[in-house]
Design a protein around this ligand. Structure first.
Ligand code: NAD
Length: 470
């Protein structure tokens, strides 16, 4: 999708929201937010009570609540997007509106739950998907309210309540989204506190959630630290961790389209989505053409000296270790370039440079619209390089090629939860591609793109010697 197309969609969304729906946009003061508590024990107790209320209710009623969550998310998409950018200083409002719209419209609800049945001479056996109860969900700063809304829809569709541990740097927008979920429920006659959190989330609050006897499933969306934490908790845990998705372009690809797709995917919400293209691997014979087309669609080609300066700027040091400079994460190319004294116009949306696979801005997950390009001599070297750059995260990888064999080999070698072929990375989330969206992709624990069924337990229900009416 080009920048212009994105602007047109955003304009359409804003027009549709109009002044009539403005009255529905929430203006609650923080102290009045539904589902937000001072104390984590009170929050968990309230979620437990709400889950007991929702579980016996018909699926149709869960759907009624979910329909209202969808409606309120659409009505508040602009507010949520603006709050997210304002609070985290990351991403951009237009793309965040689209992300909220996507989650509101396409996150699966109760239709995602299925039943398996065996019927025969000895009766009828069903396997149904039931709720875990109360889920503890850690959410990131990069897609904060998108993850809260998406998790809430899926977890509630499966009959659960959820205690959120939002990133402290995104607590206001996350808690606002939690309030929205509860308001949506109460408005249609459902319980309050289907989603809860505390006013001030901290690591200590998360530790309490991880150990709490009333929480039976943990879901962590974030970097490697938090995923390792929940996986060592002793509870069942789903880990949606970090990636470093390579985009490989071979010599059979439509090079101009590949350039456009890669830049569109990489720059979406300033590269915050974990699935977004983080570096490019290109066969030498087409690399110059690819770079030319990338420059045509808003890329700034950094010189060697500028690459040095950028490397000094986008990383910081903590306890002797290289870490990301948070003042660069999720910022636009224009802002990042300004930090090294380069002034560009708004048409520049991505920074590109050529480098070796060990260059830190290529090897590490930046979450910035910066794409290092690694030249390789052939497909074999390209696949091997992409495997190395993905670091075994098994998260996401993308390829541009018309050769089915090359695509197949790449897919098998990378072995990732997401593999987009001949399109921008966001196509995997149902945005310009088939399928449903989620912002919790369980790469590390293998569930892949989560939805309502991911948040269920299997239950077998057997009737002996009856109810088979064949
Ligand atoms: P982060 O790891 O800094 O924080 C994520 C969440 O974990 C926050 O709520 C944070 O408070 C919490 N957290 C971090 N360390 C913790 C600890 N030791 N104990 C308890 N809680 C802890 O990540 P972020 O910057 O907010 O998000 C970006 C990262 O998340 C990237 O690595 C990105 O790839 C990943 N991510 C993955 C997915 C996915 O679906 N796989 C989705 C979004 C983001």
């Amino acid at each position: 999708m080009t920048e212009q197309e994105i602007k047109d969609v955003v304009r359409g969304v804003l027009r549709n929201m109009g002044t009539d729906t403005k009255a529905d946009v929430q203006t609650a003061a923080p102290s009045k937010l539904m589902g937000i508590f001072e104390d984590i024990e009170d929050a968990i107790a309230a979620a437990k009570k709400a889950q007991k209320e929702i579980q016996p209710m018909p699926l149709e009623f869960r759907e009624k609540i979910i329909a209202n969550i969808r409606k309120k998310t659409l009505e508040n998409a602009k507010t949520l997007a603006e709050m997210g950018v304002e609070e985290t200083k990351m991403g951009n409002v237009g793309h965040k509106i689209l992300k909220h719209q996507l989650v509101a419209e396409k996150t699966p609800g109760t239709e995602d739950l299925s039943t398996v049945a065996w019927s025969g001479d000895r009766g009828l056996t069903l396997v149904e998907q039931g709720p875990f109860g109360v889920i503890g969900a850690v959410t990131p700063s990069t897609n904060p309210s998108e993850t809260v809304i998406c998790n809430s829809i899926g977890m509630l569709a499966a009959g659960n309540a959820v205690v959120f541990a939002p990133h402290p740097g995104a607590k206001n927008v996350s808690n606002f989204a939690i309030d929205l979920v509860n308001r949506a429920s109460v408005e249609v006659g459902g319980p309050e506190n289907l989603a809860v959190a505390v006013m001030n989330p901290t690591i200590e609050v998360s530790e309490t959630i991880f150990k709490h006897k009333d929480i039976s499933l943990l879901v962590a969306t974030g970097g490697p630290g938090v995923v390792t934490k929940v996986l060592s908790s002793g509870k069942r845990a789903l880990g949606a961790g970090a990636g470093n998705p390579p985009a490989f372009v071979d010599d059979t690809a439509d090079i101009q389209k590949a350039a456009e797709d890669i830049v569109n995917g990489c720059t979406f919400d300033n590269n915050l989505p974990c699935i977004a293209e983080k570096e490019v691997v290109a066969i030498d014979t087409i690399a110059d053409e690819l770079i030319y087309h990338m420059e045509q669609v808003g890329c700034y080609h950094a010189s060697k000296e500028e690459v040095e300066k950028l490397t000094q700027t986008v990383f910081a040091t903590k306890n002797g270790k290289r870490i990301l400079n948070r003042a660069c994460v999720g910022r636009s190319a224009k802002v990042i370039l300004s930090k090294i004294g380069v002034t560009v116009g708004d048409e520049i949306r991505c920074i590109i440079f050529e480098g070796d696979k060990t260059q830190p801005m290529i090897a590490e997950e930046l979450m910035m619209p910066i794409l290092g390009i690694v030249r390789v001599k052939d497909v074999d070297e390209g696949i091997a390089t992409a495997v190395e750059l993905e670091h075994g995260n098994r998260h996401s990888a993308h390829m541009h090629s018309k050769n089915i064999e090359n695509l197949t080999r790449y897919g098998k070698a990378l072995d990732t939860a997401i593999f987009v072929k001949n399109g921008p990375s966001y196509a995997a989330l149902g945005f310009g591609g088939e399928g449903y969206p989620t912002f919790t992709i369980c790469s590390r624990t293998g569930e892949g793109l989560t939805s309502a069924k991911t948040f269920t337990k299997s239950r077998r229900c057997t009737m002996c010697d009856a109810l088979c009416i064949r």
